[in-house]
Write a protein that binds this ligand. Structure first.
Ligand code: OAD
Ligand code: ZN
Length: 236
């Protein structure tokens, strides 16, 4: 992808495609989560107010499922790049699974929340959580039965946007991996990075909605294209 010698600061955005080969459903593909569930029924604050049991059951099932999955070569390659890259690197994931952590990525930020957290809407604390929430367990901090999934629902503000935009202001190379580019604000990061002078690269199974925004696109399964790219970066 041209001259890499002036690349020091990297921002990587990952989406569901990175975890697809670990056996975790994506959202928008055929057979994806949003084909079998209406977003408005399970992934909005209104849905939770209207039918909390339906929403809690949906996320309990997802939380249970991810605990049976394992990182794939794409997660591993991103962790190797993180460990070996001397410049700044920030991995911004839209994924709510913990596969980047389990692969041991360190410079990682979950902008859409985490399945393995419960958030108390009464005392505003977060707790590492592996069990179901449907039976309304008490909050470990305050005892109230007001725990909800720590997931950013449609209509809610993604987490840590200040840190993300601060990293984008310094970025030399922005890489989008396994995301359809259908959801904002993350879908706008490539354009922002590009306007600020960064090179932009898309790694995805197929061209995404935003492919035109990238200087370069490489298409193929994440387990192949991500390790190949990461090794290239580490080789300098
Ligand atoms: P999508 O399901 O919208 O897109 C997944 C992308 O991954 C698609 O572009 C696929 O082509 C690609 N893909 C599938 N398998 C792949 C593979 N093996 N290797 C590489 N790419 C592959 O998922 P996201 O873009 O992550 O938000 O969705 C963004 C957000 O919308 C999610 O974080 C979620 C959802 O609603 C919340 O739940 C808050
Ligand atoms: Zn509490």
């Amino acid at each position: 992808m041209g001259d890499m010698s002036n690349i020091r600061n990297i921002v990587i955005l990952t989406g569901a495609g990175v975890s697809a080969e670990s056996g975790i459903d994506t959202f928008r593909s055929a057979g994806g989560l949003w084909e079998n569930h209406r977003v408005e029924d399970v992934a909005t604050p209104e849905a939770f107010a209207r039918d909390p049991n339906l929403v809690l059951r949906f996320y309990d099932a997802r939380r249970e499922a991810i605990q049976t999955k394992a990182p794939n070569p794409a997660h591993d390659a991103l962790a190797r790049l993180d460990a070996g890259w001397n410049g700044n690197l920030l991995l911004v994931t839209q994924n709510v699974d913990d596969l980047h952590e389990r692969a041991e990525s360190r410079r990682l930020l979950h902008m859409h929340g985490e399945h393995l957290n419960a958030w108390c809407s009464f005392c505003d604390t977060r707790h590492r959580w592996r069990a179901p929430l449907l039976d309304r367990p008490p909050c470990p901090a305050c005892g109230s039965r007001a725990l909800r999934p720590d997931i950013v629902w449609f209509g809610e503000m993604p987490y840590r946007m200040d840190e993300i935009y601060a990293a984008l202001r310094e970025v030399d190379l922005f890489v989008s991996i396994g995301t359809s580019g259908a959801v904002y604000p993350s879908a706008g990061f490539a354009q922002t990075a590009r306007e600020l002078g960064a090179r932009t690269l898309e790694l995805n199974l197929e061209p995404s909605q935003g492919s035109r925004m990238f200087h370069e696109c490489r298409h193929g399964p994440a387990s192949e294209v991500v390790p190949a790219w990461a090794e290239e970066m580490l080789a300098g």
